[in-house]
Ligand binder design. Structure first.
Ligand code: EPU
Length: 450
């Protein structure tokens, strides 16, 4: 995370640079899972649809959330963030732009496209370009909103959209893109008439977004299935909503525990969000199951290899591909992993090989063969989930490791070193010199370092 330009305000902290990990400690105990990154970001963007004060609770204090605060403030909303409670006031005139500086830092900044188009009739969103996991177009967003009456043109790196009137239409998405589903869903809440999205994304965060919109007065049905219907309404009013727990954080912590042959309870996690993933863990010989408070996991022996292919929900989540590969490195047998969602989401593999893993890439597949053990080494995170994969490998490896460029991991995991330590891991974080500031007068300053 780059230092914010201004230094008048509240100190958010320093970006983490390195996590030192002494491998080989069995993780056990219980740990609370934070609010979901990919829900919180969408709910924050959707709050722009209503003039007035939206309150979100259980919001994780992660770098991407702070980036979205900057986006909302750039647009003209007032944002306060105290502990895990965020208040967003989007009354008054808004500016309909998501600038390149923020979109290039975090693609989810583009989630303001639907709300701004619906409320302002205009939006200007920087084209995200590629990122460390693939080229990631926004053509599906553009086509779908185009069918509803928006017209788009490109202007010096920006996608500019105008929609004096948005009209409900039947939209068949070529691919169940989460981002496109979300932008159409939010735009359709204030459109004229009925919109139907076919082949919609079905992720739990789409269901949360729809529930939040309905609490604001929208009329959305079918979220969680591949057909979502939205009856447009005249206006929306602000709501209060609790961000659900993060399924990807839950899956990542589960793999950290299982890779060290440990046992833990993930408090607040929802097993039903992770059925296919949980089933695969069970196939490796791990225990995985819902408890009264969350999810219980344990593993006492070497896992058995499994094949898996990433797919849109309810398939195996691409966001858990790297953590799962790390866990499978010492599994008995050979695992074949197919990445179907992103074109280049294997940057962690070369780093795992530096730790002694036997993983070969063949196009969109990784072939993971058993090695007796991983060895600690200095490695570099290239992206958020790949970085967590390396941490999982390092926790299970012999000897010390250093995971560098931890700012990638801080984008999406709240207090990860503290959570791992509470489970018995020996980890030590170091922070860079650049302080990150944000002018958030009501923000809690109790948390100096992330
Ligand atoms: N795609 C297109 N054109 C489009 C939209 C998508 O070609 O107009 C392609 C993308 O390039 C990608 C695939 O479709 O290859 C999936 O994209 P999707 O739109 O479903 O993903 P997203 O909304 O950009 C969200 C998550 C990602 C997660 C993916 C897939 C957020 C903020 N991001 O991205 O999360 O991997 O869905 O489940 O919700 C992460 O948290 O680490 C992360 C990358």
């Amino acid at each position: 995370m780059a230092a914010a330009p201004e230094v008048t305000g509240s100190r958010i902290g320093h970006p983490m640079s390195t996590l030192r990990i002494e491998g080989g400690h069995r993780l056990s105990g219980s740990v609370a899972v934070s609010g979901a990154k990919n829900s919180a970001l969408k709910l924050m963007a959707a709050s722009l649809l209503a003039g007035g004060r939206t309150v979100l609770t259980n919001v994780p204090r992660i770098a991407d959330v702070f980036t979205m605060i900057e986006v909302l403030r750039h647009v003209g909303a007032t944002v306060a963030f105290e502990a895990d409670v965020m208040t967003i006031d989007a009354s008054g005139e808004l500016r309909s732009e998501a600038p390149y500086e923020l979109v290039s830092r975090m693609r989810a900044s583009g989630n303001v496209l639907g709300p701004l188009l619906a409320r302002q009739g205009h939006c200007r969103v920087a084209m995200p370009g590629g990122c460390n996991i693939g080229s990631r177009g926004i053509d599906l967003h553009e086509q779908a909103l185009g069918r509803m009456g928006a017209s788009f043109h490109f202007d010096r790196g920006y996608l500019e959209g105008v929609a004096p009137v948005l009209a409900g239409k039947r939209i068949v998405l070529e691919y169940p893109s989460r981002g496109a589903t979300e932008n159409v869903l939010t735009a359709a809440t204030l459109a004229r008439g009925r919109t139907v999205i076919d082949n919609a994304a079905r992720e739990p965060d789409i269901v949360d977004l729809a529930e939040f919109l309905n609490q604001m007065g929208a009329r959305v049905t079918g979220a969680g299935t591949s057909t979502i219907a939205i009856e447009g309404v005249e206006s929306l009013t602000p709501a209060t909503y609790r961000v659900p727990s993060d399924p990807i954080e839950a899956g990542s912590l589960a793999l950290a525990v299982l890779a060290t042959r440990g046992e833990a309870e993930l408090i607040g996690a929802r097993a039903q969000d992770l059925d296919v993933f949980g089933g695969k863990l069970a196939d490796t010989g791990a225990r995985w199951g819902a408890t009264e408070r969350g999810i219980g996991v344990s593993m006492r022996r070497r896992p058995v290899a499994v094949d898996f292919a990433t797919l849109p929900y309810p398939g195996f989540p691409t966001d858990l591909q790297a953590p799962m590969i790390a866990y499978l490195c010492t599994a008995e047998g050979t695992s074949i992993v197919t990445e179907n969602v992103f074109e280049s989401r294997f940057a962690h593999v070369a780093e795992l090989v530096r730790m002694g893993a036997d993983v070969r890439l063949e196009g969109q597949q990784a072939v993971v063969r058993r090695v007796p053990r991983l060895e600690g080494a200095p490695v570099r995170a290239h992206d958020l989930r790949g970085g967590v994969g390396l941490i999982i490998a390092a926790l299970s490896a012999d000897g010390p490791s250093e995971v560098r460029e931890m700012h990638h991991v801080e984008r999406g995991y709240e207090d990860l070193p503290a959570k791992l330590r509470s489970l018995g891991a020996e980890v030590e974080a170091t922070w860079g010199d650049d302080e990150v500031w944000m002018d958030l007068p009501q923000v809690s300053t109790t948390r100096d370092t992330p």
